[in-house]
Design a protein. Structure first.
Lengths: 348, 343
């Protein structure tokens, strides 16, 4: 009996093969097997025969929408700023999309980074992706040499140990609190829709920090982000970060210091999070790729909570909804605006 | 050179004795600092897991950030804008439990940092106590890069665990002096201890992989053929161009220099930089010789596997496997090395 993921893999391969050989798309963004247990690697299939390399499993943690704007651009003839857009139809790109990834594609379309007509979206309802970090912790940080995945369990083994884990126990926190596992936009759907999930306290991790005192919150921020190496993996794994020059890479003027001094590290993380306000889908890419395990996702999760509570909006749910932070409504809440009367350290 | 046999208790006493004159750093076991190096305050043998900690030992040789000089920006200050030496606390360090791959990186980086007085001073400041590996992890490949799980290169003292005790061998004069502090708590090594270590060394040699002396093979290859190899595009397709590999790599030593000023005081610092970032090569004119991702990905591997060996001899990789383990998109330098060797 093949597992759910094996069945999805088969369908992904056949769809990608069909799309590539018919010439409908020039490239297909998916995943292929990696060189380590629990690893997969993003893969751009460009020939029909590449399709057999595609795989799907619980470790597809990096949001593939991240590659979409640049890959589309790579198929456009080069032009300078101010040149007219190229004439005639441009090559299309196929891409896999879970619930959150599809919402990021919606955001990219609305922000004019992606042309809907040039994308063939192959939707895959998400069963939640596994955190390799949680798995490593569950086996006592021992060296993992093999991992086999069943529908509801993972078999982990290494030198002198073998352990079976319940899959859901090691699913990422963002996936556990996800309420929209199904793609919101797609051309082809693979697998059965999971339906909207009921999650109690989906912002519990944020609430926990909000309930701390100002000093405790500062300590949490300082401690949790102290091991940052400023590698920017969180930024580069994010499908929202497509600026040609990021504020941290600007040298004239230089907005933020380059070293791992606390001030500079914190400034980077705060600004990175704020740039995602109203746009983040809590896909968890940033946290999953961090080589030192910083929980930076909680900053954007807090902003997701605020945007939902204040503007009733969740990012990328539909192509027709306006972008929350570029839309003004006289009834918008104003309580967070700092005035002379605001209490020092007040929340809103 | 001196050698002693130390049980866990004796190691504790030795650490305590060394702490009189040096700060001792060990890999942090857990908590938010997990994977970094932390100041030892409880003088007992620390728990050191198999494999390498997240952070390489280079952070002691290239402190993040390192203050090169200080200056005042107050116009009325007679020394305004004149450089002065930064204050030092004068303490020296012992870095304890360094794996052979990390220890070997210190010497490799020194090849490129011969004239770097700051690097040389940091080599002087930090004594290295190595710990050989009894377990080779799934991401380890030191023996393919010219190292060994039993390697001692770069260590002042090398420890090898045998049946719960440690055979400590001094490898340098500085190590000899440090190990002298363990004489009262340790035991003389016996012939059987020495032969046990030699047996492990023999086993490490026998167990190593098919790739031997990659530097010789790579030096013999045509540079342009490697440069124009077809596989770079596939690597660039998935690389997200973060700096995780470079910042965690023990042999990536590139840096940026910045002047920072605040309230009339200034400092010139250097901090690590990454060839993965476009800003790394951006010229003042606006031209960027490595403006495309594929150029940056290729450069990192070409530097390690071709430019460095062409210039200095060995490849600039010690096989610690951090980049393999922590790359967000599973770019595996072992595969890149094989691809280059097969061209």
């Amino acid at each position: 009996m093949s597992t759910v993921n094996e069945k999805i893999t088969e369908k992904i391969r056949s769809e990608a093969q069909r799309l590539l050989s018919s010439g409908e798309i020039a490239a297909f963004i998916g995943y292929e097997a990696g060189s380590l247990p629990m690893s997969v690697r993003p893969f751009v299939a460009r020939k029909p025969e590449d399709a057999s390399r595609l795989v799907w499993n619980s470790f597809c943690v990096l949001n593939l929408a991240n590659y979409l704007p640049a890959l589309l651009k790579s198929f456009e003839p080069p032009r300078r700023p101010g040149d007219p857009p190229p004439e005639g139809p441009l090559p299309k790109v196929g891409i896999l999309a879970t619930g959150c990834w599809s919402r990021n594609i919606v955001v990219q379309i609305k922000e004019n980074q992606v042309d809907r007509d040039r994308v063939v979206i192959v939707g895959v309802p998400s069963r939640g992706m596994v955190s390799a970090r949680k798995v490593k912790e569950a086996v006592g940080e021992r060296d993992i040499q093999a991992c086999t995945e069943e529908d509801h369990s993972l078999k982990i083994s290494g030198e002198g140990f073998e352990q079976e884990l319940n899959r859901w126990d090691v699913v990422r926190d963002n996936c556990k609190t996800c309420v929209h596992p199904d793609p919101v936009i797609y051309d082809i759907l693979i697998g059965d829709p999971a339906g909207e999930r009921q999650v109690q306290d989906r912002f519990a991790q944020v609430d926990e920090i909000e309930h701390k005192s100002l000093e405790e919150r500062w300590d949490w921020f300082a401690d949790s982000f102290s091991s940052c190496v400023r590698c920017y993996a969180c930024r580069n794994a994010c499908p929202l970060c497509y600026c040609p020059t990021c504020f941290v890479d600007d040298s004239r003027p230089q907005w933020v210091g380059k070293s791992t001094e606390q001030t500079d590290t914190m400034l980077f993380h705060i600004l990175r999070a704020y740039h995602c306000a109203g746009r983040c889908t809590d896909c968890g890419s940033c946290e999953s790729v961090c080589p030192v395990g910083i929980p930076m996702r909680l900053l954007t999760k807090k902003l997701n909570k605020d945007v939902l509570e204040m503007y009733g909006s969740e990012a990328g749910m539909s192509l027709d909804e306006p972008l929350p932070l570029t839309t003004y409504n006289p009834a918008d809440p104003q309580g967070f605006v700092l005035t002379e009367k605001s209490e020092k350290g007040g929340d809103r | 050179m001196k050698a002693l046999k130390l049980d866990r208790n004796a190691i504790g006493q030795w650490l305590s004795a060394m702490a009189g004159e040096r700060d001792i750093y060990v890999p942090a076991p857990d908590g938010p600092a997990k994977g970094t190096w932390t100041l030892l305050t409880d003088y007992s043998m620390p728990e050191i897991k198999p494999g390498v900690p997240a952070r390489p030992v280079k952070n002691f040789l290239f402190p993040q950030p390192e203050t090169l000089l200080k200056f005042s920006t107050v116009p009325t200050d007679p020394n305004c804008c004149l450089p002065s030496e930064p204050e030092e606390n004068g303490r020296k360090n012992v870095v304890f439990g360094v794996r052979p791959c990390d220890a070997r990186s210190i010497g490799l980086n020194a090849l490129a940092c011969k004239a770097d007085t700051y690097y040389q001073a940091n080599m002087e400041k930090n004594a290295i106590i190595g710990l050989t590996c009894s377990q080779v992890c799934s991401t380890c490949f030191c023996s393919e890069t010219g190292g060994s799980p039993m390697g001692t290169e770069g260590c002042d003292v090398s420890l090898t665990e045998i049946d719960g005790s440690y055979i400590a061998r001094a490898m340098t004069e500085r190590g000899e002096a440090l190990l002298a502090l363990a004489e009262s708590s340790g035991k003389e090594v016996t012939d059987s201890d020495i032969s046990a270590v030699e047996a492990l060394e023999e086993k490490a040699r026998a167990g190593s992989d098919e790739i031997r002396n990659p530097e010789e093979q790579l030096r013999a290859k045509d540079l342009m053929e490697l440069y124009n190899a077809p596989f770079w595009q596939e690597l660039a397709d998935r690389c997200i161009n973060c700096g995780a590999c470079t910042f965690l790599c023990p042999t990536c030593y590139c840096f940026d220099i910045q002047d920072e000023t605040l309230h009339g005081k200034g400092r010139r610092i250097r901090c690590q930089d990454s060839c993965m970032f476009p800003l790394f090569t951006l010229h003042a004119s606006g031209h960027n010789p490595r403006g495309q991702k594929i150029q940056r990905v290729r450069n990192r591997f070409m530097h390690k596997m071709k430019y460095f060996p062409d210039r200095f001899g060995p490849i600039s990789c010690v096989g610690c496997g951090r980049c393999v383990r922590d790359c967000p998109v599973n770019i595996d330098i072992r595969e890149v090395m094989r691809s280059l060797l097969h061209i």
